[in-house]
Design a binder for this molecule. Structure first.
Ligand SMILES: Cc1cc2nc3c(=O)[nH]c(=O)nc-3n(C[C@H](O)[C@H](O)[C@H](O)COP(=O)(O)OP(=O)(O)OC[C@H]3O[C@@H](n4cnc5c(N)ncnc54)[C@H](O)[C@@H]3O)c2cc1C
Length: 403
């Protein structure tokens, strides 16, 4: 296993670092002020112009769509440091380089399973950063960590020319943003088929009659920049050509979607944890209590050291997982993908928690990004599947070893 960066990886990560330092970090207060001014108004979910400026700048620096190996020609191992750097500014940097969830996962499955027409209609503008998309699987009425529970019904119309969708979804990320014009909806087409063949995915344009966005759910009180919404589908009709992949293939597509997506989330969280460590060190070095700076207190030094050791371990596991995906595909790296999805959000939560503590009461406020970082790291112990499901995958593999 060799994790030394290739020349290409070094070049991209250096460019990403420069972009973060020169363009993204200075844009953060502009972005925040723009959004704060519109909070609670009908324009709340519009895109701050500074983000479009950043997108243009990123493209001119060759930092665009790097998540998709077929297009970027970067391996997962080479993309890892770029994603990590983008995690330093998790709200705006990933979108600035068109590598933001949930669009990356959606672009991946459109790329893998889309027909030429679907690719032209939806994938091309997504890759251009002109539109955004959502992935609708989770439902309030069933335990959705088990995708075979999904109950939204997708039925063929009497004429056989359309699918008719009825059901309720929630926590569907991205849909508050008016640019989010296409939803990939998972539902049951074949309730009598074996459990893993009952579901299919259909492409539902946002403006289809019968699509009703009920509300946007906050995460620990934060309204994320693009919302996590509850959506009802009432007799929503789409042409049969909007089926993504094969009928009954929804479960397999969901699995394919989550492999690379999970590791990308983890890489970004490592960047976020690095920023929390930097904040922790700056604060500890600049404040004194009981006659010494905080950084001279043994307890604080231990917290800093502990954070450094944890993030190094997390990064190594993320790189190993990326390396395995490159060699054996997401299927071959299943156990490691499950493992990394547990390890990194937990470590990120712990590190950000320490950073908050070292910042005193300030750490709980919006004067620092730490409270938001904590909310997001904690949410990632649930989004894309709860820890327990991933631990189950790891345990299953371990138990097989003595069979
Ligand atoms: C910020 C955020 C964004 C999200 N974005 C999206 C999105 O864009 N699209 C989408 O479809 N969904 C999204 N989700 C939903 C997320 O994927 C689901 O919440 C998750 O899959 C769990 O499903 P559930 O909420 O129905 O929990 P349930 O399935 O009801 O599980 C509840 C709890 O039961 C326990 N449990 C479940 N299975 C097991 C097991 N096998 N062994 C032991 N214990 C178990 C765990 O403690 C688990 O947390 C998002 C969630 C969050 C928080």
């Amino acid at each position: 296993m060799d994790f030394s960066p290739s020349d290409t990886a070094l070049d991209y990560s250096n460019r990403m670092r420069a972009f973060l330092r020169e363009a993204v970090l200075p844009a953060e207060p502009v972005y925040d002020a723009w959004r704060a001014q519109r909070r609670g108004t009908p324009r709340e979910w519009d895109t701050p112009p500074v983000l479009e400026e950043l997108k243009t700048e990123a493209r001119s620096r060759g930092l665009w769509n790097l998540f998709l190996p077929d297009i970027s020609k970067l391996s997962n191992l080479e993309y890892a440091p770029v994603a990590e750097v983008s995690g330093w500014s998790p709200v705006i940097a990933p979108e600035a380089i068109n590598c933001q969830a949930p669009d990356t996962g959606n672009m991946e499955i459109l790329h893998m399973f889309g027909t030429p027409e679907q690719k032209q209609r939806w994938l091309a503008p997504l890759l251009d950063g002109e539109i955004r998309s959502a992935f609708a699987m989770t439902e309030p009425d069933v335990a959705s960590s088990d995708a075979t529970n999904v109950r939204t019904s997708i039925r063929l119309s009497a004429s056989g020319s359309e699918y008719v969708i009825n059901g309720r979804k929630w926590w569907i990320s991205g849909t508050a943003d008016p640019r989010c014009v296409i939803f990939i909806v998972m539902g049951q087409t074949d309730p009598d088929a074996p459990a893993h063949r009952q579901q299919s995915m259909v492409l539902v344009p946002r403006d289809t009659p019968g699509v009703e966005i009920k509300r946007h759910l906050p995460v620990f009180g934060y309204q994320d920049q693009h919302g996590h919404s509850e959506i009802e589908f009432h007799d929503v009709r789409v042409p049969v050509s909007n089926l993504l992949g094969e009928r009954g293939g929804g479960f397999a597509i969901a699995q394919a979607r989550l492999g690379p997506g999970r590791i990308h989330h983890c890489m970004r969280l490592i960047g976020m944890a690095e920023r929390a460590i930097e904040a922790m060190v700056r604060r500890a070095s600049s404040r004194a209590a009981f006659g010494r700076t905080l950084s001279e207190q043994g307890v604080v030094r231990e917290q800093i050291a502990q954070s450094r050791l944890e993030v190094e371990q997390a990064r190594l596991l993320a790189l190993k997982t990326a390396w395995l995906i490159d060699r054996h595909g997401a299927r071959g790296a299943r156990t490691e993908i499950a493992g990394i999805k547990v390890v990194v959000p937990r470590i990120a939560c712990a590190i950000v928690d320490r950073a908050i503590q070292i910042h005193g009461a300030g750490g709980f406020s919006d004067d620092f990004p730490l409270a938001y970082f904590y909310a997001w790291a904690r949410a990632l112990r649930m989004a894309d599947g709860p820890d327990e499901v991933h631990l189950g995958v790891v345990a299953r593999e371990e138990l097989k070893k003595i069979e």
